[in-house]
Design a protein around this ligand. Structure first.
Ligand code: SF4
Length: 320
């Protein structure tokens, strides 16, 4: 299977390009230096692409009382409405993105164009009345509902960061499955290698997905893949808790525990116990488990994405 590059969209100012309204940028060291080597970025600044120039007058989202349903993008001091320019460019840009096969998108928080959530919306008098999403970000999500998205601010949280990167790699594999042509056998294989990863997020959704795959003959391949993809990506957004991870770790140990010596078994259970009590991160029991999986050549577990969901150099499991 050919691997396509891991291509992510990104708010251009996060890469250090001076495209913000004040001529500055918001370069993010994790994205550029740590994640950067694994990613082909597709940088987008919707405001610059809409021809608003840099520097430009700062803007905000405004809901006018006579247009209750519509949020507008308006300059703060002069009150110029740039909604039409932004939305026209956005429509064109989103269409072009279809061909790029993005596996994720990192948005700049708080921006009236790029913010994903909690972006302030004002009334005409300039009072914040509620919060919403930036216009470009909202349109992106509506067009590509399965593509994992996050804001750079939230990626400072190790759990959110690990989850986002994991979803990005999962989505890339799912797209690859679609590209190679979905077969029932391919679907079963895909579901099998994601078993423990899914169980760490949502045992209920793992069951539902299993039923879907078992009833694959009822659907056309496109319909099957669409149903699977939508539930698969939703399941992965459910938080993987320590309790669920411990459950998965014990499941995996079940594959080789009879081959361990008594002292090895007791050491392994104690390492899992330390993780459960918050004394060590997930990487510690996993490293020992991977050692045994390799030593005993446990094929079913060896192929599980759960053991290697993203490059180890990102060290994402050293902090969860
Ligand atoms: S937040 Fe979005 S619109 Fe604003 S400068 Fe960055 S990329 Fe451009």
């Amino acid at each position: 299977m050919t691997t396509v590059p891991l291509r992510l969209g990104i708010s251009r100012c996060l890469l250090g390009d001076p495209v913000r309204y004040d001529g500055g940028h918001k370069k993010d060291p994790f994205l550029t230096e740590v994640l950067g080597p694994y990613v082909e970025w597709v940088p987008i600044c919707p405001e610059v692409e809409a021809g608003l120039g840099t520097p430009r007058e700062a803007m905000r989202l405004v809901r006018r009382s006579h247009q209750a349903q519509q949020v507008r993008l308006v300059t703060i001091t002069s009150g110029v409405d740039h909604t039409r320019a932004l939305m026209t460019t956005t429509a064109r840009r989103l269409e072009a993105l279809e061909d790029l096969d993005l596996s994720g998108y990192v948005f700049k928080k708080n921006s009236p164009s790029c913010g994903l959530e909690r972006v302030r919306v004002y009334n005409e008098e300039g009072t914040p009345i509620h919060s919403g999403a930036g216009l470009f970000a909202q349109a992106f999500r509506a067009k590509f509902p399965l593509i994992p998205v996050e804001e750079e601010g939230r990626l400072c949280d190790p759990g959110i960061r690990e989850n986002f990167i994991e979803r990005v790699f999962c989505y890339q594999r799912y797209r690859q499955l679609l590209r190679t042509g979905v077969t029932r056998q391919g679907m079963v294989r895909f579901h099998t290698i994601h078993k423990y990863l899914l169980l760490a997020h949502s045992p209920q959704d793992y069951e539902k997905l299993g039923r879907l795959v078992a009833q694959a003959h009822r659907y056309g391949t496109r319909e099957l893949a669409a149903k699977y993809g939508s539930l698969f990506m939703k399941a992965l957004t459910i938080k993987a808790t320590v309790r669920k991870h411990v459950n998965v770790l014990h499941h995996i140990v079940g594959h080789f525990k009879d081959r361990l010596r008594a002292e090895e078994k007791s050491e392994l259970l104690s390492v899992i116990g330390d993780y459960q009590r918050g004394l060590t991160p997930l990487i510690v029991p996993l490293t020992l488990i991977k050692h045994y999986v390799q030593r005993f050549d446990v094929e079913y577990v060896r192929d599980q994405i759960y053991l290697n969901p993203h490059p180890k150099e990102l060290m994402l499991r050293n902090h969860v």
